[in-house]
Structure formats: C-alpha cells, structure tokens
Design a protein around this ligand. Structure first.
Ligand SMILES: C[S@@+](CC[C@H](N)C(=O)[O-])C[C@H]1O[C@@H](n2cnc3c(N)ncnc32)[C@H](O)[C@@H]1O
Length: 297
C-alpha cells in the first residue's frame, strides 16, 4: 500500500445498518446524534458532501440542502442508501476512497463525516482532502470517537486498560478502529485549514443499564443539555465538531464537478456508462446510478 493510500476498512456486504442501528438497541445514540446535527447544521445550503455515508442513516437530516453527495467506499452500503432515499436529482451516489476524493477543489459548501473518522489510519490526510474540496468559509461537521472518555479514564485508573486516555496519539482498539484525543483532532483540523467553531459532547449516558432504566426521551433531553458543555471538556465517547474552512479556495469552474482521482484532471468526459479522464484515459464506471471512483474499470 503506497503512502497516499492507507488501508480502507471493508463494509462490502455488511449488515451494519440493520444489525447495529435497527436491532442493536441504539435508539438513544441515534436520537442524540440527530440533536447534535440539528444544532450544528445551517438551516439551508446548496451542496453537501456526506463522507462515509453508509446506508444513509443521517442523510434525511440534511434536508435544508438542495443537493447531497453520498460518498462511501462500499457499494453495498450505497445501494442500501439508494433503497432508503431513492434515485433522483437530489442525491448523488459516489463510491470512492475518502483519501482520494474525486471532486474538483472548492466545490462544496458543506461536508459531514459521522462515525467514519474512527476508521482512518491517517486522519490528517483525510481532513486535508476534505478541506481541498470545500470552498472558503464552507462548514464541516466532524464526529469522532473520543479516547479520553469517562469509561476509558476509569478503566485506566483501575489498571484494567493499558493505553493512556490522556495522551494524544490515536489508539487502535480493533484493527482499523481508532479512538482519538480531542486535542489531536483540534490540532489536525487547524493544520488542515479549518477554524474550530463549536464542540458538542454526545452520548453522555451510553450505558445499557441507564438505557434500560430510563425512558429514551428523558435520556435524550439530558444529553441535549449536557452536549452544551462540549466546548469546555470532552469526556464522552463521541464528540461532534463544527468547523469553518479558512483561507482561500479556488473557485470551481461552472459545471465542473468530478476530477480524476488518479491524475487529478478535470473535467472528465461523461457517457451513460462512465466518466472518462481525457488526460490519463482512465475509465470510471457508472453502475445503477452509482459513480465508482475506487478503481478504474
Ligand atoms: C460506521 S459506518 C458509518 C455510516 C454512517 N456515517 C452512519 O453514521 O450511520 C462507516 C462508513 O465509512 C465508510 N468508510 C470507511 N473508510 C472509508 C474510506 N476510506 N472512504 C470512504 N468510505 C469509508 C464505510 O464503508 C462505512 O460505510
């Protein structure tokens, strides 16, 4: 694997949406994430990029945006998203590697990345890619898994966990599953050309016993209140951040959208079955409404 192609986790054929969300007792997590997104997203927008969209669980929450590009490495996740959301002008489905985005610079006015950074072995590289495709002053909502969470702190203090939750290096607790330190994420965002505007701590009550004892709406309301302390301290398993893209971005030429992820050329020639790069002749297939920029066909 070359340095600019870190490994990608495989969700092909995964029943993640059904097993984890629909039958996994995660109504509380889903609800508090909805609240956080509602707080951070603008009411209206033009073009939003959803990185690691999966089966489109969050996509309906971006209803203020005119057009949404769902990007995921897994074709089967995108097919599930298509079934959920339908095919039409509003949604564009793109199979691609977040480390090599197939879009022209300065294209999007917003991006989100929820429950996806934790699969990134090279998180700063992905953040730089995201910044590149955003226009200046665009917003970026990033969720990450926080290594400095209360459970990890307690386990560490009780000597039931080797790794130190207070140090800033990522911890890979399962292959290609990383928890990050808030200070590290803040630094990476800044170094990638983002200004951090707001942090919300999310899922304060992520404990089976609490979820069994208390009604969902009560826990969600308490979490909604506690989320507001997120700028001051971060000890929850999940943190949502809102950033703005700083500095200049090239203005995407009118009509320019995709670029070749292999050589960077744009515009690409479009046929009903593929995008073709006139510079390097690579051929990127369009299959059942999904543009596949992972490997040339
Ligand atoms: C845990 S799921 C989250 C899905 C969705 N964001 C949600 O919150 O329900 C992570 C998703 O990230 C995608 N993913 C992981 N690494 C990726 C990469 N390098 N490029 C694009 N997508 C990636 C996976 O295929 C998977 O669908």
């Amino acid at each position: 694997m070359s340095a600019d192609r870190p490994p990608v986790i495989d969700y092909e054929g995964s029943d993640y949406q059904e097993a984890f969300w629909e039958h996994g007792d995660r109504a509380y997590e889903d609800r508090v994430e909805q609240i956080a997104l509602q707080r951070l997203l603008p009411k209206k927008g033009n073009l939003l990029l959803e990185l690691g969209a999966g089966a489109g669980r969050n996509t309906p929450r971006y209803q203020g945006f005119e057009r949404i590009v769902l990007l995921d490495y897994s074709l089967t996740q995108l097919r599930q998203a298509q079934q959920r959301l339908g095919i039409g002008e509003r949604y564009t489905y793109v199979a691609a590697d977040a480390y090599r985005l197939p879009f022209v610079a300065g294209l999007f006015d917003a991006a989100t990345m929820i429950r996806t950074l934790h699969h990134m072995a090279d998180a700063p590289l992905v953040l730089r890619q995201v910044r590149q495709v955003l226009r200046s002053q665009a917003i970026f909502v990033l969720e990450y898994a926080n290594k400095q969470n209360l459970k990890a702190i307690l386990r560490y203090l009780l000597r039931r966990q080797d790794w130190n939750p207070f140090t800033t290096e990522p911890v890979e607790f399962v292959k290609l599953n990383f928890d990050f330190h808030p200070a590290a994420v803040r630094r990476w965002l800044q170094e990638s050309g983002f200004r951090l505007e707001r942090q919300l701590t999310v899922s304060h009550f992520r404990l089976s016993v609490l979820k069994k004892l208390f009604p969902l709406e009560l826990l969600a309301r308490l979490d909604a209140l506690a989320q507001l302390t997120g700028n001051w301290w971060q000890v929850t398993p999940s943190v949502f951040t809102l950033s703005t893209a700083t500095g200049d971005s090239p203005l995407a030429a009118p009509g320019a959208f995709f670029r070749c992820p292999e050589c960077g050329h744009s515009p690409l020639d479009e046929t009903a079955a593929a995008y073709i790069c006139p510079a390097c002749s690579r051929y990127w297939a369009i299959q059942d409404g999904i543009c596949d920029f992972r490997q040339p066909a």
